[in-house]
Each structure stands twice: as C-alpha cells, then as structure tokens.
Design a protein around this ligand. Structure first.
Ligand code: GDP
Ligand code: MG
Length: 780
C-alpha cells in the first residue's frame, strides 16, 4: 500500500520513498524516510492534501505525492510509553563553570576589536524572528541578499560592541531545494561568519536537529539555542543539556525567546565560541556499527577522496563529502573533481547503496536521523502529550474542519478588513487627518503673515500639504492591516490557510503556498513579489508574481476610500469588497490563461509543516509594523513627494515656462491630452484623470492627491458616479506602481516587467470598458 491509502487515525511504517530529484530530497530532509512511522491526521476540507503526523510533528502532503510513498500498515498499538525515563530536573553548566567547551583563557582569541559576525540559522517557526528581535532590539537593518530577493536582516547584539548578527531565512536543510536554502548555505560557505547561532525548537527536536547536523558538518564555531523550553518544561519534559553538548560537541543553551529566558547566557556563549573560534568537537555522526557500517565507510572513503579538492575550494570537507554522496550537482561542480574521481565517487556510493539497501539520499538521511534518534533517546525526556499540541488539535477541528474551514477563513478575512477599514484604521485615520489639517492651517497662516511669494505659498499648501497630507493619513490603515496579517502569520493560521486552499489553488495551476504571497498582495505588491521566494519552483514563483497585481494593494485603498466616501456613502465597505473580489476573479481568469499559454505543467509539490498554534509575540508584531510603516513613509516622502511637486510644476507652467492662469494651458494638460483619445472609450476621457493615472504609476497613493489638486478639491462634484466607477475599476487593475515593477524586474527581468505594465493596462482598459458599457446601457 501507499500512504495515500491510509484512513484517518491509521499508522503505517514507510518502506520506500519514490519520486526523484529535489522533491524527493526534500521529503527525506523533512523526515519522510524509510522506517519512519506516519499517522494520517486529517484530509483538507476539499479532500486533498493530507495532514500527517511524523516524528512528532504535522506535515502536509498531496495525495499524488503520498501515492509515491510505499508503506506497511501497522496494527493499532498502544501508544508507546515514553516514560522509560522519569522527569527530573537536570542542571546544566552555567557560563561561570564553562564546562568542556570553553577551555578557559587558553586558546588564541581573535584580536580585540575584530567584528564578530554571527549567522542565525534555524527551521521555520522555530522562533527565529523572536530571538533575533530579542538579540538586537530595534537596532536592525533590513535588506536583501545580493542577487536574490530573500530578506536579509542584520543587527548588532544589544550592548555588545563589534558584533553583527545576520538573520538567515528559515530552512529545513542545506540541500539546494529552495533559494532560501541556497542563500543560507552560500552565506555560511562564502561569507564565513565567525560563528553560527543555531536555533532549535525543543518541542520538535527530531526534525530540527537534522539541520543542526548539517551545520555541524560545516565546521564553523556554533552554539545551539534550544528554544521553546518553556513549552517543553510546562508539559513535563526536560533535556539533559550536558549530555547533549557531549554528543553534539557544541555548547547548548536552553532558552525561551518569547519569555526572554536564557538570552544573556546564549549571548555569552556565542561571543565566547566566536572569539576563541571553538569549532564543533564532533563531526562524525555515522556509526560504524549501524547497518554494517556501509554509510560510515562510504562517507569516510569519500572524505579522503575529495580532501584536497575541498581544501582548494575552501569547503568544509565533511560537508562537501556528504553533499557529493547525495549527488548535489552544485557542490560537485565546486569541488572540480576529475573524471576518475567522479567515477570513483560513483563506485563508492553504488557499493554503499547495495550494502545498505537504500539509495544514496535515503541512506544519508537515515544516517542523520539515526544519530538524532540516539541524541533524543539519551538527552530528551519527552512529555507524554503537549498541551499546545492538544490545543492545536482542538482548534484545528474548527479552523481546518471539513465544513468550517472556509467559512471561518472568509469570516476572519472579512473581520480583518472590517476592523481595518471601518473601525480601528478609520479611527486612527481621522485622528491623523485632524492633526494634518491643523498643521496645514498653522503653516497657511504663517505664510500669509510672512507675505511669502504667491507661487511658493501655493506649492506648500496646495501641492505639498494637500498631496502628501492626504497620503499620510492612510498610514493608519496600512499599519492596522499589517497588524492583523502579522498576527495571523505568527500564530500559525496562515500555514493552515495554505493547507486547505491548496486544492483550490492547484486548479489554477498554483500550490497552496502561493496563497501567502497573494494574501500579502492585499497589503503591498512589493513584499508580495518578494515573498514568492519561498516558493520552491521557478514556475510557481513567476506565475504568483504575475497574479499579485490583481490583489488590490493597500496603496489603492486611498483611491477606493476617497471615491467610495464621495459616491457611495453608507455602502463603502460593500463596494470595496466588490472591487477586491473583482480583482480576485479576474486574477483567476488570468491564471487559467497563463496556465494554458505560458506555464504549462503541474504546480510544485506541497510539503509543509503545520506548526502548533502559538501566541504571537507583541514585540515581533510591533517590529513588523515599524518596518512596514517606515517603508511606507520613505516611499511617501520620496516618490510621492517628488511626484506631487513635479506634477505641480508641470501643471502650473506652460511650455514656455510661464505661470499659467488656467490649468488647461499647462504642460501636463498637453501630455495628458494626447492620452485622452485612448481613455475616452472607457469613460475616462478627461486630461485631469489621465494626469492622475500617470502619477499613480509612480505611487498609487498619489492618484487621489493629484486629482484633488487638479480639480481644485472638487472631485466629488465634478465627476459622475459612472466615471468614478470606471476609474475605480481601472485603478484596481492597471499597472502596479514603480516600486512594485522594480521588484518584479528584480525577480523576473526587465522584459517581464515591461510586459506586466502593458498587460495590466490592457486588462484594466478592457474591464473599465465593460463597466462603462454596462453603465451607459442600463443606468444612464
Ligand atoms: P520563525 O518563523 O522562526 O521566525 O518564528 P517566530 O519567531 O515568528 O515564532 C513563531 C511563533 O512561536 C510566534 O508566535 C512566537 O511568539 C512563538 N515563540 C517564539 N519563541 C517562543 C518560545 O520560546 N516559547 C513559546 N511558547 N513561544 C515562542
Ligand atoms: Mg519569522
């Protein structure tokens, strides 16, 4: 049988993992290896994918993939009693005692003043962001890894001079399965941080230590931060830290990032190992007695075979050997083996496969998991059942339940939008608007009193205050939106959404994971495009990027809220919801079109962890809000400010650079006049509207401010409801702003970026045309 044939609650032992290539490697890395036991927890509401329990955590798998995994059904058996060891608290060495791993004072410390660089590496959902925020405080710099758009955060450790810690993306292994894994691996190999801080989720040790072992192979000074100890302890679990340090050969520090426990000790250890360059003292995890020692002999043979090459390529030899055995093309290329050596490598590996009875990847994964098994057996006293897991299961009965999942999801999203646009965000917005209005009045009075030149006065009040002021007042909505989104993400709900939306998204040729970038697209297209990096296939990434412009971003909200307030009073949120859904529906059509025409083939497999529900940390949420607000403000005060001023200049002068008395004579009117014939058939044939749409390309927020300037504040009286509707639909769909196009260009190249601009404009033109036609036929 295969895993697909399991019934809910049944357990099976995996015999063979089928499939091939990167996906199969990913299965193995996630712990889906021969010998592992899996239990089917539930099927997604739409019947696919399935949720499995393996190595004590929840994994999602599509039925088609599950069908490739052979397994034997196990008889219903009593839960194995794991209390062979009873709970007792085990002290671990404090820093003062320093223990085995810190040869006090001996050794050669790095020169004082040398920058100690750290890489923070860990699985997704292990608490990495929480720890990073604890370590660095607000002292962070967000950027990009060169060449790819994977977020890179740097910061100095609080109160420690000459330190710099880099937050690497959350990954499960060092195989080049996704760009995240590649980035992390290249960072450690090429940028050579002085030390690694490896964060491990103590409640999920089996899977987390898999990455730890690959990190140990890299032979960089390392300290393991055992996170979530509060949860483990709370459930009666415990870890023999001393024993674990012995087995792993690196310092292990129990912490709770969320509760700020053990952080100081972690920092002290990290600084110490970095300064004294204490490398891991154990790197030989393959046991010569394990299944006849085939894997052990193979690894050591390959180590000797490639030793000189690894040294020349300055790669850690054990890591390079492991990757060479796994047939990691990139690593083999870097080693520059000659034909003979490649052949020898192949022979050695083949022999191992034959003796071990498993193929190379499975054998290596199995070797790692058997070591981890030993570590866990000896060091970890597992709680029988964790409160958090039980709680998650209870919650999931509803949130991923067959009939409840999707209604609840719709409800949650509706609530988020309602609270953002009608309650909290709107309230904050009013507050800020009042403030800006007051400030504008004060400046106006001051300028009049100082008898400032008329033109400058007009620019300041008419251009800058009206324009930027109206944009700024939307900041509260953006912040509120991200407040809710970050809570949903951190609590673990978004992962569930990806799980039960998978089948639906697959219909349009995507995977459930794409729901995350698409959802973020409702916030801002820029991070949405960037977050497609988590998708492991180029095809899915490109397609998701092309769909994000259909997800109405928050920058378009100023346009919606403005027109809705003016033309659809009292029905505001209904019209806005309708707009959002129009975007989604057209996005679906676009996806089907792309699938047929450009991106044939199947979506990537869907292998994902469903973490326990956890309380989001306030600090993380605040940090994220701060980042988003900062990002928005920089854009508002650079791009939009400039756009407003340029538009004001173009609009105030004629081609002879004389001040115009009537805006009809301005340069901008002339430029926009050329566009009027194009926009006339869709009811937008007004040069002022064309002008605002042009400036909207620089930043969507400025459409309203420019309209306000051009119509002299009388937009709501100058336009008909039909024109407003056409404009709404056109702004919903036409080209994303410059910043978004720039990030699309980074991901997909200039050609694609230009295509997106033209394609979105064409779609918008057609859609607005339909609205205009229907409007004139039935309502005029
Ligand atoms: P990341 O995906 O690795 O960046 O993980 P996050 O830092 O976003 O944390 C995931 C969730 O775990 C958040 O809801 C955190 O509040 C929570 N969390 C992080 N560290 C701890 C901890 O030490 N104890 C507990 N109970 N929860 C934690
Ligand atoms: Mg995170």
């Amino acid at each position: 049988m295969t895993i697909k044939d399991l019934e809910i609650g049944q357990t099976a032992r995996i015999d063979e993992v089928g499939g091939e290539g990167a996906l199969r490697q990913h299965f193995l890395d996630m712990g889906v290896i021969p010998g592992a036991e899996v239990t089917l927890v539930r099927l997604a509401p739409m019947g696919d994918p399935m949720e499995l329990r393996i190595h004590g955590y929840e994994l999602t798998l599509r039925l088609a993939d599950a069908d490739q995994i052979q397994a034997t059904l196990l008889e219903k058996q009593q839960e194995q009693n794991s209390d062979k060891k009873t709970k007792h608290d085990i002290a671990h060495p404090g820093l003062g005692e320093e223990g085995k791993f810190h040869p006090k004072g001996s050794g050669n410390p790095l020169p004082k003043g040398e920058l100690l660089t750290f890489a923070l590496v860990g699985n997704q959902n292990s608490g990495k962001t929480t720890l990073f925020n604890q370590l660095t405080g607000s002292n962070q710099h967000v950027g990009n890894f060169p060449g790819v758009t994977v977020d890179r955060k740097d910061g100095a450790i609080r109160g420690k001079e000459n330190t710099s810690i880099t937050d690497l993306p959350g990954i499960y292994s060092m195989s080049p399965y996704s760009s995240e894994e590649l980035v992390s691996r290249d960072f450690v190999l090429n940028e050579k941080p002085k030390a690694i801080i490896n964060i491990v989720d103590a409640t999920n040790m089996e899977r987390n230590l898999y990455l730890t072992m690959q990190l140990l192979e890299m032979n960089v000074p390392m300290v393991v931060a055992l996170n979530m100890m509060d949860e483990l302890r709370g459930n009666g679990g415990s870890v023999d830290i001393n024993r674990m340090e012995m087995m792993l050969g690196v310092p292990v520090v129990p912490i709770s990032a969320a509760k700020n426990e053990g952080i100081d000790e972690l920092v002290a250890h990290a600084l110490h190992i970095a300064r004294y360059q204490e490398r891991p003292q154990v790197d030989d995890f393959c046991d010569e007695n394990d299944h006849g020692g085939a894997v052990h002999r193979c690894i050591h043979a390959v180590i000797h075979l490639i030793e000189d090459h690894a040294k020349r390529a300055s790669l850690p030899v054990r890591f390079a050997a492991a990757k060479a055995i796994e047939k990691d093309e990139q690593m083999i290329a870097r080693l520059q083996l000659d034909d003979n050596e490649i052949e020898t490598l192949e022979h050695i590996t083949k022999q191992m496969e034959k003796e071990r009875g498993l193929d190379r990847s499975a054998a290596m994964a199995d070797m790692r998991f058997s070591f981890i098994g030993k570590v866990c057996d000896e060091c970890v006293i597992k709680p029988r059942e964790s409160k958090e897991h039980l709680r998650s299961q209870r919650i999931d009965r509803w949130l991923t339940g067959k009939y409840t999942a999707i209604p609840i999801f719709i409800g949650v999203m509706a609530l988020v939008f309602f609270l953002t646009f009608n309650v909290i965000g709107a309230w904050l917005q009013g507050l800020l608007e009042t403030g800006i209005g007051a400030l504008s009045d004060v400046v106006d009075a001051a300028l009049t009193a100082a008898d400032v030149n008329e033109t400058v006065h007009e620019l300041v009040i008419g251009g800058i205050f009206e324009g930027v002021g109206s944009v700024l007042s939307f900041l509260p909505i953006i912040v509120t939106m991200f407040f809710f989104l970050s809570i949903l993400e951190d609590s673990g709900y978004i992962a569930r959404v990806a799980f039960f939306m998978d089948k639906m998204l697959r219909r349009i040729g995507l995977s459930g994971r794409s729901i995350v970038p698409l959802l973020i697209g409702f916030g801002c297209t820029v991070p949405a495009v960037m977050s497609t990096r988590t998708l492991p296939s180029d095809r899915d990434r490109k397609m998701t990027i092309l769909l994000t412009p259909f997800m109405s971003c928050t920058a378009k909200l100023p346009i919606y809220t403005f027109f809705v307030a003016a033309f659809f009073p009292g029905r505001g949120w209904m019209v806005i919801t309708l707009l959002y859904f129009t975007g989604i529906v057209l996005g679906i059509f676009a996806a089907l079109f792309f699938k047929k025409v450009r991106f044939k083939g199947e979506a990537v497999p869907f292998v994902m962890e469903l973490p326990n529900y956890r309380l989001p940390s306030a600090r993380n949420v605040v940090q994220l809000l701060w980042e988003k607000a900062k990002d928005f403000l920089t854009r508002a005060f650079t791009v939009i400010f400039l756009a407003t001023v340029i538009v004001w200049v173009l609009q105030s002068f004629d081609t002879h650079l004389n001040l115009v008395s009537d805006q009809k004579d301005s340069i901008l009117a002339m430029i926009s006049g050329w566009l009027v014939p194009i926009f006339a058939p869709i009811g937008l044939g007004d040069w002022r509207i064309c002008t605002s749409l042009i400036s909207g390309f620089m930043a969507k927020e400025s459409v309203v401010s420019v309209l306000e300037v051009l119509f002299g504040g009388g937009v709501s009286t100058a336009m008909s409801t039909l024109t407003a509707s056409c404009l709404l639909v056109f702004s919903l769909l036409y080209t994303p702003c410059v910043a978004a196009i720039a990030s699309i260009k980074r991901e997909m190249g200039a050609k694609w970026a230009v295509c997106v601009v033209l394609w979105q404009c064409a779609v918008a033109w057609l859609a607005a045309g339909v609205v205009y036609l229907v409007g004139t036929l039935f309502f005029a």
